[in-house]
Design a protein around this ligand. Sequence first.
Ligand code: ATP
Length: 358
Amino acid sequence: MTHKFDEAGADLQLDGITKRFPGFTAIDDLHLSIPAGSFFALLGPSGCGKTTTLRLVAGLEEPTDGRVLIGGDDVTATKPHQRPVNTVFQSYALFPHMSIIENVAFGLKRRGVKDAATRAHEALALVELDHLAQRRPSQLSGGQQQRVALARAIVNRPALLLLDEPLGALDLKLRRQMQLELKRIQSEVGLTFLHVTHDQEEAMTMADTVAVMNKGRIEQMGAPEELYELPRTAFVATFLGQSNLFTGPIATASASSIVVDVAGRRLEVPRDRAQRHTGEVTVGVRPEKLLLHTEEPAPAAGVNILGPGRVVDVSFSGVSTTYLVAVPGVGVVTVFAQNMVFGPVVNEGAEVWVSWRI
Ligand code: ATP
């Protein structure tokens, strides 16, 4: 079946947005440019200003400074209901006394849209719930209700859909399923999605572009792989998954790499991965890049070795095992190992070395 979601999404631009509440700056000179039809995630810890940003885009807050442009139009002074925007919240607030189809068609009917029923059925088909159109919200599961809320927002064909932690109330399995579904729906309808979440895995699974927000500012923005592989700050490295951070002065530098002295050990880092080439630097290494050895590995070109250390914790989690290794002078190093047929290679208390390819 074909869907009549031919209206394209619009691009969104935030041009130097600042939002000050009495005694507190929630958003600080924010510049964002989101291309039409993209799935964009704003990711950050609680209180970093994500919801405030969405509210500014929706027109529910007025910026202290800066402009909001949707599809090139300056909407900074436009009333919320006149903006081509719809929001899906974590609490989906369906009308309990109305059927599902009535819930979805409600806004269209109120506006006197003629083919409201057809459009509502199309939107329900898109979220694969048309067969439950006559049920009441209380007869649906949490995930199904969230999909109805999505259909209700999409049916208005907003140029821009704002999603504020829409999957926050769902259990992990349903959340994962809905993440993939949201992604499918977005690519099918081609609208611009601006999704706010504090869950890094969710942001990386769904979005084309992720902006990591911290204290009212964007720390880094890019494709999920880029943010994960090349985080520019320690905050981004640790917020997007786990990272081992080793800090020390630069001992030597060549055209291709730098060597950092970490508690007397020399760690080599490719030059293009280092933010600085003089002074003190922090080296971030993902736990899954590390290998554990029960005997000291022979030194080899292009391999860093830390150790000896002692395994202080082993936690098994199905596909992988996490080892915490205390390395004197360096600290506790986290190692993720894929579980092969033979299971964990070392136990708590074992003496080990940790290595990785630069
Ligand atoms: P969460 O993930 O917990 O929802 P968030 O990143 O969405 O967090 P915001 O709700 O945008 O964060 O809030 C950003 C900061 O602005 C917070 O420190 C919050 O306390 C503050 N703030 C939000 N609204 C107001 C207000 N009306 N008056 C004063 N401070 C506010």
